[in-house]
Every structure is written in structure tokens, then in C-alpha cells.
Design a protein around this ligand. Structure first.
Ligand code: AMP
Length: 400
């Protein structure tokens, strides 16, 4: 992998695609700066080498109408100025001649941030001319935006063709790929995947790609009820994808054929409505009474899952075990997060992905106790599904 690690960027003008898609509150204050912090090692290395750095990113999903102040990268420029301790100028109109001038005059050790690339529809369309224009602003390209590596956008993939040799993986992107490759190709056994969340349909491809690789598959969250119903269980008013019942049986058969141990919940904490204040009752998983819906895994299930996790050497977790946004139904997700942290302490390699699982880990202050937390939900899922990410392929093409 051609990373920035052993290269000197002295005298270069580096175009760096970052993922500064940070959450902002109504007053444009950054509420979680994780993505900015994760980009710093790459930016600092380039600056320390003596490069001039031009940063590119998107923020949110602006309509295709140009500038919208709520999606401006101005708060990110201010935040970077503070963190890096040097002024980070925002080039507010990407196409203005002033931007070209600013880029041209940028000196070693200086940083310029281009305004939200998605203010221009050509970014998401992957327009080659737009990519060529962006490429003209620098002389080396670094991709450090794992969160958008699954998109073939102008700045994430298309641009790379204009740097036949001078294109590199930033530290963050390289680290993501190394960790994901470890899961897919060099995982210590037993390898346990914990898959949760609301729908089977959104996780089907990752499950299929993981079956030949894992020893244990734990299925929790809303998607478990489709598996339970498919086997003839009574699931009351629990969430279910009725058009995926056959698919659920196929997956269970595939696991049996390939010797994967599948762990489904054995009991469930139900509510009589989808609400934090719902009345609660625990049922055996396949005997939920009408009018009740499964909202979290029950205590017997928690013990069962904890046991499997404790015996694992590699753990992948994607998707909550219940409606963890409601404190009443967050226990299953919280205890599983703690169990993964404990196993990690005892030497297991743990990888967490997906917005909700990461949120649950953060809510419980356990982030530092995991081996690896992915910065890209969709990109991580696609990589684990076995798909080629355009942002990664674009850099690899001419370097192998
Ligand atoms: P996903 O985006 O597919 O990973 O799903 C995450 C969502 O699944 C979260 O918002 C959870 O609240 C939801 N979820 C988890 N368990 C259940 C459940 N038993 N019933 C309904 N929704 C659930």
C-alpha cells in the first residue's frame, strides 16, 4: 500500500481529501470533532515535511443550489486553526480565480481549506473536468477520507487519475484498510461477528461475506425477529421483514453447512408500545404475546452472548442489540459493549463499525478500550461485503 509514511513531501503542494463531515448544532458549533482529530496525523506529517497543504472535504447533504451557510466548512477552518496553531484559510468560492491564486501562492507549512465540495453538483457526479480542475491546484494527491471511500466522487476517486504516480493513502485511510483486511484475511480464531440493527436486508451482504470467515455469528437487534419468525416463532408486534423470511432460512442453512455457530436471542425485553415509557415484559424469544414488541435482548441472552464474546480472539460488532436510544431498552447494547471491552483487555482484537454501535460505545465511555473503531459506517460495510471501494481502487491502480 502506497502510504505517506516513508515519503518526504518537502516542497510539494499536497491536495488532501479528508472527511470533515462533522455534526454541528443549530449555532454551527461542532458537537463531535472526532473526524477532524483523526485527520490530524496526516496533515501534521505533511506540514512537518515542508509541504503546502490544500484540504478538501464535503459536509452534510446540501441541495444542488450552491452555497448554504449551514453546510459551510467555516467552523472546520476555525477549529483547524485552533488545533494546528496556524491560520487555516477557507477558500469560499472553489471556482473563483482567487482560489487559484491562493493555492498558487500557498507556501510550505501553510494550509488552505476549500469550501464544501458538495456545493457543486459536479463533485457527487464525479465530473472529470471538475476533478481535473481540483487536481490542477496541487501536485500530489492524498486520500484520507475513508468515510467517503465507497463513493466515486470527483475528489474521492476521479481526481486520482491526474496523479499517475503521486497519489497516496493518508494514515487514517491506510489504518482502516489494514484493520479491515486483518478481519477479512488474517483474523485470529475464534472469530465472532455480532450483527444487530433494525433490518436483515441492510446487513445481508455483510453476513454472507462473513460466513466463510467467522466461527460464531451473533444476531441481535430488530433483525433477529425475522429469523425467529422464519423458524415458526411467535414474535407479537416485533419489527419483521416478512419478505425476507425465506432469505433468513437460507442464511441459517448456509451457516449450518459451513460450520458457523449462529447465536440468536433466547429471550427478549418487550414493550407494549415503541416508547421509552412503555410497559415492559420479558418473553421467551419465540413466544411473544400479541400486543408486545421486542425492544432489547433479555438477561438470558445477554449471558449467552457475553460467554461467546469472552471466548473470542477476534470480534466484529456492527449494529445495536435493541432500541438503545431509549434508556429503558439500552441495557443489552451497553452490556455487549462492556463485554467486547473486557475481551479486548484480555487480548482479543475488536473492531466496531456503524454509527449506532459507535454511538453506544461512546455513550458508555468505552472508545479507548476497543482495538479499532471505524470512521466510516457505509464504507466499512461495503468493504466487509467484499466490494471494491472506488476511493481505494483509484489509488491502487497505478501503484501495484
Ligand atoms: P441499523 O441502521 O440497521 O444498524 O439499525 C439501527 C437501529 O435499529 C437503531 O436506531 C435501533 O433503535 C434499531 N433497533 C434495534 N433493535 C430494534 C428492535 N428490536 N426494534 C426496532 N428497532 C430496533
Amino acid at each position: 500500500m502506497k502510504t505517506i509514511k516513508d515519503i518526504s513531501f518537502s516542497g510539494k503542494k499536497a491536495l488532501v481529501r479528508c472527511d470533515f463531515n462533522v455534526p454541528l448544532d443549530k449555532s454551527q458549533v461542532i458537537t463531535d470533532d472526532t473526524r477532524i482529530r483523526e485527520s490530524l496525523p496526516t496533515i501534521k506529517k505533511l506540514l512537518a515535511d515542508g509541504a503546502a497543504v490544500i484540504l478538501m472535504s464535503h459536509l452534510g447533504r446540501p441541495a444542488e443550489t450552491g452555497f448554504e451557510s449551514k453546510y459551510s466548512l467555516a467552523p472546520v477552518a476555525a477549529h483547524l486553526t485552533k488545533t494546528l496553531g496556524i491560520p487555516v484559510k477557507l477558500a469560499s468560492d472553489i471556482f473563483e480565480s482567487k482560489t487559484v491564486e491562493d493555492a498558487k501562492n500557498l507556501k510550505a507549512g501553510e494550509v488552505l481549506l476549500l469550501e464544501n465540495l458538495r456545493f457543486l453538483p459536479d463533485e457527487q457526479k464525479g465530473n472529470v473536468e471538475f476533478a481535473k480542475y481540483l487536481a490542477s491546484l496541487g501536485n500530489v494527491y492524498v486520500n484520507d477520507a475513508f468515510g467517503t471511500a465507497h463513493r466515486a466522487h470527483a475528489s474521492t476517486a476521479v481526481i486520482a487519475q491526474f496523479f499517475p504516480t503521486d497519489k497516496y493513502f493518508g494514515f487514517l485511510l491506510a489504518n482502516e484498510i489494514t484493520n479491515l483486511d486483518k478481519l477479512l484475511h488474517h483474523a485470529d480464531k475464534p472469530f465472532t461477528a455480532i450483527i444487530g440493527g433494525s433490518k436483515v436486508s441492510s446487513k445481508i451482504d455483510i453476513i454472507k461475506n462473513l460466513i466463510p470467515r467467522v466461527n460464531n455469528l451473533i444476531i441481535g437487534g430488530g433483525m433477529a425477529y425475522t429469523f425467529v419468525k422464519a423458524q415458526g416463532g411467535k414474535i407479537g408486534a416485533s419489527i419483521c421483514e416478512d419478505d425476507k423470511l425465506e432469505l433468513a432460512l437460507d442464511i441459517l442453512n448456509l451457516m449450518k453447512q459451513q460450520g458457523v455457530q449462529c447465536y440468536l436471542p433466547v429471550d427478549t425485553l418487550c414493550g407494549d408500545k415503541f416508547d421509552n415509557d412503555a410497559n415492559q415484559k420479558v418473553f421467551p424469544i419465540a413466544a411473544i404475546e400479541d400486543g408486545w414488541q421486542g425492544m432489547d435482548i433479555g438477561d438470558a441472552t445477554i449471558s449467552l452472548f457475553e460467554d461467546v464474546i469472552a471466548k473470542s480472539k477476534t470480534i466484529l460488532w456492527n449494529g445495536p442489540m435493541g432500541v438503545f436510544e431509549f434508556s429503558t431498552f439500552a441495557k443489552g447494547t451497553t452490556v455487549i459493549a462492556q463485554a467486547v471491552a473486557k475481551a479486548t483487555k484480555q487480548g482479543a482484537f475488536s473492531a466496531i463499525g456503524g454509527g449506532d454501535s459507535v454511538a453506544a460505545i461512546n455513550q458508555n465511555g468505552l472508545a479507548s478500550q476497543m482495538s479499532y473503531i471505524s470512521t466510516g459506517g457505509g464504507a466499512m460495510l461495503e468493504y466487509l461485503e467484499g466490494r471494491t471501494l472506488p476511493g481505494v481502487a483509484a489509488i491502487l491502480n497505478n501503484t501495484i
